[in-house]
Design a protein around this ligand. Structure first.
Ligand SMILES: [Zn+2]
Length: 345
């Protein structure tokens, strides 16, 4: 089958297109003929590699994907050959204490599609049966591939972890990213007041169209923290910050929270090491919570809202599989608004 893979870690030049054997399924797994895959920042981190990441090469990337079930394992009972599906990209053992408690993303063996097992940037990929989710008839493969990773991440972060409520002020950094475009919609769905930031006037308009109440251009407004604190929240501070930016924004996020507010961190795209003023945390009695992917219940909750068209994945651009390197470069440059997809078939 045709696949996008790496043979060693490094820069985007390591990403190659070539022929590999399709994966062999186990009794509890299904083989999916891919229609669309979606890019995520984790692709770039995996290509680069990190200490402790040891992959068998060649390695196929890709965490999100949709398609048609081509083959099922002997123990599979809930889906059939020919079913249209998307996937939960979070993989866990299914047997440990955490998995049995419905906390799959706490599993010692938790990993993401394309991280420790071959991903979706290829003509056929496999997942355990419980990770396949049927797509309604009137729902496109394109939207079904665009949604899972970013929406389940934003859903868990804002609901379970940050407990965002109606009328709360929530600050979502960087309006154009996949998690941010999901989070803006989810926050509005929950009845919160959304403040978001961008450096681009075109993205500002698009964020407003998505429902953001306040969109701040941080290149034009260097002192945007003051705008948020004094003008928007009337010196109260924000109730919740969703900070997936990390190093560049973390300290400012803590500063902008009201006493008792919550910073939720689902990632750190600009860097993971940051200096913070710990007084902000104890004096204001802040909650700083992490969030990684989601459990199966949260995945299904948010996908139901997407299938009901209450939340809509935003697709910026679709590339053919052959142009995967250009697609990753485009994602890395950060000029997109929403998801970047690969069309496989
Ligand atoms: Zn487990």
């Amino acid at each position: 089958m045709k696949a996008a893979f790496i043979k060693s870690h490094g820069d985007l030049e390591q990403l190659k297109i070539g022929e590999l054997d399709a994966p062999q399924i186990k009794p509890n797994e299904v083989l999916i003929k891919t229609e669309f895959s979606a890019l995520n920042h984790i692709d770039i981190f995996i290509i680069k590699g990190w200490p402790g990441l040891s992959l068998e090469m060649p390695h196929i990337l890709g965490s999100d994907g949709s398609g048609v079930i081509k083959e099922i394992g002997s123990a599979v009972t809930t889906v059939s050959v020919g079913d249209r599906v998307t996937i939960n990209p979070g993989l866990s053992c299914g047997k440990c204490y955490f998995c049995l408690s419905g906390k799959q993303n706490f599993c010692k063996n938790f990993s993401i599609m394309g991280e420790n097992q071959w991903g979706t940037f290829c003509e056929f990929f496999k997942v355990p049966e419980e990770n396949a989710l049927l797509i309604p008839k009137d729902f496109s493969f394109e939207l079904a591939a665009a949604a899972p990773l970013t929406f389940l991440t934003a859903w868990r972060a804002l609901t379970t972890q940050a407990n965002l409520k109606r009328e709360d002020f929530v600050l979502i950094h960087g309006a154009g990213g996949g998690v941010s475009t999901a989070a803006i919609q989810i926050a509005k769905y929950l009845g919160a007041k959304v403040i978001t930031t961008t450096s681009d006037s075109n993205k500002k308009k698009k964020a407003e169209e998505l429902g953001a109440d306040y969109v701040i251009n941080y290149k034009e407004n260097r002192d945007f923290g003051k705008t948020i604190y004094s003008e928007i929240t009337k010196k109260k501070g924000v109730d919740v910050v969703l900070d997936s930016v990390g190093r560049d924004t973390f300290q400012n996020s803590l500063r902008l929270l009201r006493p008792g507010g919550c910073l939720v961190s689902p990632g750190a795209t600009t860097g993971a090491i940051s200096e913070i003023d710990i007084r902000q945390i104890f004096w204001k009695q802040l909650k700083v919570v992490g969030s990684t992917m989601s459990n199966q219940r949260e995945f299904r909750e948010v996908m139901t809202l997407i299938f009901q068209k209450k939340l809509k994945p935003i697709i910026d651009k679709v590339f053919p599989l052959n142009e995967v390197r250009e697609a990753e470069k485009y994602l890395k440059e950060g000029s997109q608004f929403g998801k970047v997809l690969l069309k496989i078939n």
